[in-house]
Design a protein around this ligand. Structure first.
Ligand code: OAD
Length: 255
């Protein structure tokens, strides 16, 4: 812990790279491991362009269920501590694989006297896998926040774009490319960072997982916070075994 705190304090530029584990203590299921979403659901049926083409109603139903979980969850101590830390210091870029909005809401809670929108904007993560709270038109690709619940009882009740196209969740599905701008921004920030702080990801899904190797490849240090094994365990300069909500607040606490 002492070494990790030193590395973070000395670094002018830090990338924080988060995965499902950072939201686990909020009640969000992770993807792999016990209770993980991919243990109970088949990604091929729910999270691919083919699945949406076959049965958009089913896909919307599943994402509606997941949005309900997000809405019922509160940011945990890790989200709030990261938000407070990022509001307090310069040079931190947050890159997340998560599609929830808990980082922004954690910054809201930490707001430090800033307007809530300003706080959320300051920590706004680079989203490599999109956002469950936004839609994208399957025809014209326009993006918009998703207002209210989706009625998935029939094709006709699903949300449609002004252009007439069917709206889809604005998330990256298996077989799809990551948003190019987000990926480039994440890699650039990671390559420029002296430290990459990795929280709650197995590091199994590429190209997102390569963010960590960008920092390493450029000579930076890697700190990994996770209670379970990850693909980064052999390359981490500091490995902190534990839950994000316990370890992260201690890691970024003032003083
Ligand atoms: P995973 O489910 O693969 O990994 C979750 C990680 O969180 C594991 O390493 C757990 O040990 C760790 N973990 C569990 N509880 C934790 C806690 N309280 N604190 C800290 N860590 C904890 O999730 P990701 O690595 O995020 O992609 O998955 C990457 C991508 O795979 C997701 O973004 C998603 C999925 O398919 C898409 O949807 C495109």
């Amino acid at each position: 812990m002492t070494r990790a705190r030193q590395l973070l304090a000395q670094a002018a530029r830090v990338v924080v790279f988060t995965g499902a584990g950072v939201s686990a203590e909020s009640g969000m299921p992770t993807f792999r491991g016990a209770g993980g979403l991919w243990k109970s659901f088949r990604a091929e049926d729910l999270a691919t362009p083919g699945a949406f083409a076959r049965d958009p109603r089913l896909v919307w139903e599943w994402y509606g269920w997941r949005r309900g979980i997000v809405a019922s969850c509160r940011p945990n101590l890790a989200h709030v501590a990261l938000g407070r830390w990022m509001l307090r210091r310069e040079g931190v870029t947050l890159v997340t694989q998560n599609v929830d909005d808990l980082h922004e809401r954690g910054a809201d809670e930490a707001a430090l006297g800033l307007a809530r929108e300003a706080a959320a904007a300051r920590v706004a993560p680079i989203r490599l896998h999109g956002s469950i709270c936004h839609t994208r038109c399957a025809r014209c690709a326009v993006r918009a926040p998703l207002a209210g619940p989706v009625d998935a009882t029939s094709l006709a009740t699903l949300p449609h774009c002004a252009c007439g196209g069917l709206l889809r969740p604005d998330v990256v599905w298996f077989g799809e490319s990551l948003p190019e701008g987000a990926l480039q921004a994440a890699f650039a920030a990671a390559a420029a960072a002296e430290v990459c702080l990795v929280v709650g990801t197995t590091g199994a899904v590429y190209p997102a997982a390569a963010v960590v190797h960008e920092t390493r490849g450029a000579g930076g240090k890697v700190i990994v916070v996770d209670p379970g094994e990850t693909a980064y365990d052999d390359v981490a300069d500091v490995r902190l075994w534990g839950a994000a909500g316990e370890v992260v607040p201690a890691l970024v606490a003032e003083g």
